[in-house]
Design a protein around this ligand. Sequence first.
Ligand code: HEM
Length: 441
Amino acid sequence: MLRRTVRAVGQWIVQFWADLKASTDASLLGVARFVGLLYGPIDRRLRIDEALRKALGYRLPSHVGWRHALGGITYLLFIILVVTGVLLAFYYRPSAQEAHPSIQHLVSQVSFGWLIRDLHVWAASLIVLALLAHMARVLFDAAYKPPRETNWLIGLLLLVVVLAFGATGYLLPWDQWAYWTVTEVLGAVAALPVLGAAAVEVLTGDEFVSGATLSRFFALHVIVLPWIAFALLGYHFTLIRRRGIAPPKETGATRAPWRLSAAWPEDETPDGVPFFPNHLLRSLIVAVMVLAVTVTLAVLYPRPVGELADPYQVPDELVSTWVPVDVSLALIRYVGPWGFTLFTLLGVSLALLPLFDRRPERRLRQRPVVAALGLTFFLGFAALWLAGRQLRSVPPSATLGQDVLEERVVPPAPGVPLPELGPTPQRPAPADSAARARGSP
Ligand code: HEM
């Protein structure tokens, strides 16, 4: 009996392996069929089987390689952020009284809470690096040229959304570093001409960063930005399918086809390589590596929880916990405000590239201005990041000194809790509750 079972299982494995080798797309479908996912009424109505078979057999141009996995890495990090963010939201309490203790509770009392939080924090930095690497790949491959310029602009909006996610999330731990870094950044934004002051007023919702600001940042972080990000990602991926992957830049000056038609470009690369197994396996290898790096960083370098935010006490040091904060600190402290403006302008000129570089020429040597702009921006970012890491823990800037505190209402005498920023209300002790239940005062 045992021998027959072992032989049957062995035969099934041999058959399954033969199926796997015989057909590129049958294997994945085989697994799905085996666990009973695709058969039955759902598949008959929605034709999932057919759609999956078509997607796996989709032929990509043969020049698609490892560098084309950078967009996928960015997407994977985005998914890690969404999953860990939802888990964090189960425990996080978005009020000035409860935010800090809820994070402390999460990292010290909840099983693997520390890991979930540090995965979220590290993925927030890694996604910025992956995004910039993906953007550099697109720039140097001239993949922003028509007919892909809309996707370049959608990508830039995604970059802005990712930065906004980080900026709004930065305040949520409600510790001294988060509080005073956001105060410093909002002070710089308020100084910007035209819309700066109005934008800060809307974002802050108060005279200075307070519980009202925390509520607004939380709403943006978990409600507004995710919807915008999902919509932009959906459009980004749809355009990739519609326009196809850009041809290799070595093809030189080829006039890119300009089509408004919604037809999928499947037939344009009949000699290409199928998505499965080629690119899917490559993506899976990269995904495992990205996961390993993120988990390792989260375990080895956790983000500590600072002191509870105190709006009446500037801390002695600000610890940076996000790559763009490192870069901004390096710009402001080493180069000055005009350096910050120049670097931002360089980024904006890259954003506008598809508007003025519309020649069909794709070879990098024939595009010296684009090459110089791109190299200055990406190498500049890397250098500033490394320099900013040396400033990890710095005293707050002079603008956060006495003048900021003087504008604030004098805090009440010690022991009297502030209406919005006071300590967490303590739960009554069990004895008190029992007394109250009996009606005693
Ligand atoms: C959350 C952010 C983003 C995600 C998840 C994402 C994902 C992807 C993926 C999976 C691809 C196809 C494979 C590849 O070329 O790597 C792609 C292509 C593309 N992306 Fe992104 N991307 C993001 C942001 C950006 C940004 C910031 C830009 C540029 C400013 C951009 C511009 C493009 C363009 C033009 C293509 C087409 C490339 C080609 O045809 O060769 N994307 N993106």
